[in-house]
Design a protein. Structure first.
Lengths: 307, 266
């Protein structure tokens, strides 16, 4: 089957309302919440979906996503493009991804700085890569190819990691900065990932954020994490997406939004999924912080204009 | 990290990080790759195990989500052990996890511990067909009345276009009964059926339906789905069993939404 075929037949006419996403909080979209959302959805908000779950030909997944997309902005989040892998991108998968972008006209499109396929095996995890000038070049080529295929820039997400590569010669923030410069991509700042990686590798999350190219961030992710121990008995955090956002992550989020102003912010919750009201309340908490800083940013803006 | 393990300067090994990293992901006996560590040279055994655990557990979860009746029959411990063996033998090759598990029923058939449940592989086959139907392309099914426009003398030449979701499956076991009992959110009582059951899976709209095909029905549908005309398909079904009821089978298939079109062949 040619994955590119359906996309080429899509007309340029919009099939869905534009639905602006600026300054909104949103949640992962889970099918079990569809009826609750249609009955008791947020007045303003957005939903993010994992692209691969909608790469079947038809059936209930597409019906549900179309219903959500009619009423809300949608963020399309790719999980397994393997941008961070050494091998060429999968052309069939690129075609499927483009077809989804064309079909659902998402407000945001994002992928991960990670890889998940090697040779013929798909590992279904976000695996880490060494940070070197050679891998910058390879990953930048992959981002270029993806952006050219879909005809728009993507947001690249910083990873949560558990190991470091001996051959790395660059910091993660320098690596990400180099990718932004080379490809013109935007960034998805996962604040929980920052906190998890900082804890796991013994650096300060605030200094990571100070080095991060915040001006290029177009979306924020917040999620829960779990606690384990490493070989030395020290705390090892796991990016588990199975619970509420930790207090420390809320604090970092508040600092980031204070600096950047309100950015579209997603509550990610992918396993041990709670009832819809719980998820809705987490998004409302994020919206409160966004609105608080939105107001103060506006006030500063007005004061500036008046002065 | 010993210097002789660092290969970053060697162009030939510049992109070996993925090969080195994946070598132990599906093999719990392998030590972590030399290329990785914790900060300040801390060990990476438990750290690498996070990735190995993510890979294995998420793939077992994917199979559990795709084969809920199989899981219900075996119980979670049995199912997860069986799935783990399958994942190590046949990991997914596509990032579309709803496509994973087409080889799982054959694995179950070969799995020693499943021998006392000879019908388990067929239940898994039916669940796989159900999921294929769930994700199949949308199409309007052929209405029951549509056949009325075909002159009776041309009916034998009529060729049917199968709906993208339609699947037929034969079983030596009461697979439809076992499947249906284990896909409900209710305790499963004693299953009295013991004869063979052939299954029809369709999805005329958004809901997947699993039906019991009558005697000869599977032979009839197999031929029709292969593009053979109605007359030849009916002859094949009669050859298999004299019980075959042509009118009831056509009506049943149309009612289930098994086709999208019918036209005169030849």
């Amino acid at each position: 089957m040619n994955g590119l075929a359906p996309a080429s037949r899509i007309s340029k006419t919009s099939r869905f309302p534009a639905h602006p996403i600026a300054g909104l909080a949103g949640t992962s979209f889970k099918h079990e919440h569809l009826h609750a959302i249609l009955g008791d959805g947020p007045k303003d908000g957005f939903f993010e979906v994992h692209a691969e779950n909608y790469m079947g030909a038809g059936g209930p997944p597409h019906d549900a996503l179309a219903r959500i997309r009619r009423d809300y902005p949608v963020s399309l989040h790719g999980v397994c493009m393997s941008i961070g892998g050494p091998r060429p991108l999968d052309k069939v998968h690129l075609g499927r991804f483009k077809a989804l972008v064309d079909r659902y006209e998402p407000a945001l499109v994002s992928e991960h700085l990670a890889w998940s396929t090697h040779d013929t095996t798909y590992y279904n995890d976000l695996l880490p890569l060494p940070y070197t000038p050679a891998t910058v070049s390879r990953v930048a080529d992959h981002i270029d190819e993806l952006q050219e295929t879909i005809g728009r820039p993507i947001l690249l997400e910083n990873p949560s990691t558990y190991v470091l590569f001996a051959e790395s010669t660059m910091s993660e923030t320098d690596f990400i900065g180099a990718l932004v410069q080379r490809t013109g991509c935007g960034l998805l700042l996962d604040v929980n990932n920052v906190f998890v990686s900082a804890t796991n590798h013994g650096y300060s999350a605030l200094s990571y954020l100070a080095d991060f190219p915040l001006a290029h961030v177009g979306e924020i992710h917040l999620a829960g994490h779990a606690e384990q121990e490493d070989d030395e008995g020290d705390l090892l955090l796991i990016d588990s997406h199975d619970g509420p956002v930790a207090d420390a992550v809320w604090k970092l989020f508040d600092i980031v939004i204070g600096q950047c102003g309100p950015l579209p912010t997603l509550i990610e919750w992918d396993s041990a999924i709670p009832d819809w009201p719980v998820l809705k309340a987490e998004a409302a908490a994020a919206q409160t912080i966004l609105d608080h800083h939105g107001d103060s940013h506006q006030v500063f803006g007005k004061a500036h204009a008046a002065g | 990290m010993p210097q002789d393990e660092l290969q970053s300067g060697d162009l030939g090994h510049r992109f070996d990080y993925a090969a080195a990293f994946t070598a132990g992901l599906l093999d719990p006996d392998r030590v972590p790759p030399d290329a990785v560590s914790g900060p300040n040279g801390k060990a990476a055994v438990k750290r690498y195990a996070v990735y190995r655990n993510n890979v294995t557990v998420s793939l077992i979860d994917a199979l559990a989500a795709s084969f809920p009746a199989t899981l219900g029959i075996t119980g979670p411990d049995f199912f997860r052990a069986m799935a783990r063996f399958h994942i190590r033998e046949t990991p997914p090759t596509s990032p579309l996890l709803f496509e994973y598990g087409h080889d799982f029923p054959d694995f179950i058939e070969r799995y020693d511990y499943a021998r006392p449940m000879p019908w388990l592989a067929d239940v898994a086959r039916l669940e796989r067909a159900w999921l294929d139907a769930y994700h199949a392309a949308d199409a309007e099914p052929l209405a029951c009345v549509a056949l009325g426009s075909i002159p009776p003398e041309r009916l034998a030449d009529t060729v049917f276009v199968p709906h993208p979701a339609t699947r037929a499956m034969r079983s030596r076991y009461p697979v439809v009964t076992i499947f249906a009992a284990n896909r409900r959110d209710r305790p499963v009582g004693r299953i009295e059926a013991d004869g063979p059951e052939d299954a029809l899976v369709t999805r005329p709209g958004l809901e997947v339906f699993v039906r019991h095909l009558p005697p000869g029905g599977a032979a009839f549908l197999d031929r029709l789905m292969a593009g053979e005309p109605l007359g030849a398909a009916a002859a094949a079904a009669f050859a298999e069993t004299a019980e075959f009821d042509l009118a009831a089978n056509i009506a049943g298939l149309l009612q289930a939404g098994a086709f999208t079109a019918a036209h005169q062949g030849g």
